[in-house]
Ligand binder design. Structure first.
Ligand SMILES: [Zn+2]
Length: 170
């Protein structure tokens, strides 16, 4: 199985998220060597806290395969899953989870916790990490940097407008 090739497809999804101003996280789900589901985080657009890329590919794949048990499936995601998604990955019984960058702030597959590899659960997907790690984290770094710059520029512009308005009102 070519992990890099499938991760590249997840990266393409993440880029779509960035293009519409969403945090760039993308996922694909592979069954029988084919990508059967793709999605990107669209929490802001949908205003839905459940719209993480992983949950959406799990939902798409279950509908397509007509079953909730996604055995023989591999989930690729650009960022280490959060607790909600790590839980869904266990619940959906995916065989393998492959992720790119670690998320030290919210990741629950090794960073804050390690849910899929906790043997107390009845299912433990195999975990592979670090595939295209640099590309995946660079996407996020670039996104947050430009977000900060935009916010800074907006604050500066608002201050200028405020000052102008105060002068006009005098
Ligand atoms: Zn998540």
């Amino acid at each position: 199985m070519n992990h890099e090739m499938y991760m590249d497809a997840a990266i393409e999804e993440a880029k779509k998220a960035a293009a519409i101003g969403e945090v760039p996280i993308g996922a694909v789900l592979v069954y029988d060597n084919k990508i059967i589901a793709r999605a990107f985080n669209d929490r802001e657009t949908s205003q839905n806290p459940l719209h993480h890329a992983e949950l959406m590919v799990i939902e798409q794949a279950s509908q397509l395969l007509g079953k909730w048990r996604l055995t023989d499936c591999t989930l690729y995601v650009t960022l280490e899953p959060c607790p909600m998604c790590a839980g869904a990955i266990i619940q959906s019984r995916v065989d393998k989870l492959v992720f790119g960058a670690h998320d030290p702030k919210a990741g629950c597959v090794g960073s804050l916790m390690d849910l899929p590899r906790d043997s107390r659960f009845n299912h433990a997907p195999e975990v592979i990490t670090g595939i295209r790690n640099e590309v995946c984290s660079e996407l996020l770094t670039t996104f947050f940097r430009s977000l900060r710059e935009r916010n800074k520029a907006r604050k500066k512009a608002m201050k200028m407008i405020e000052q102008e308005n105060t002068t006009c009102n005098k």
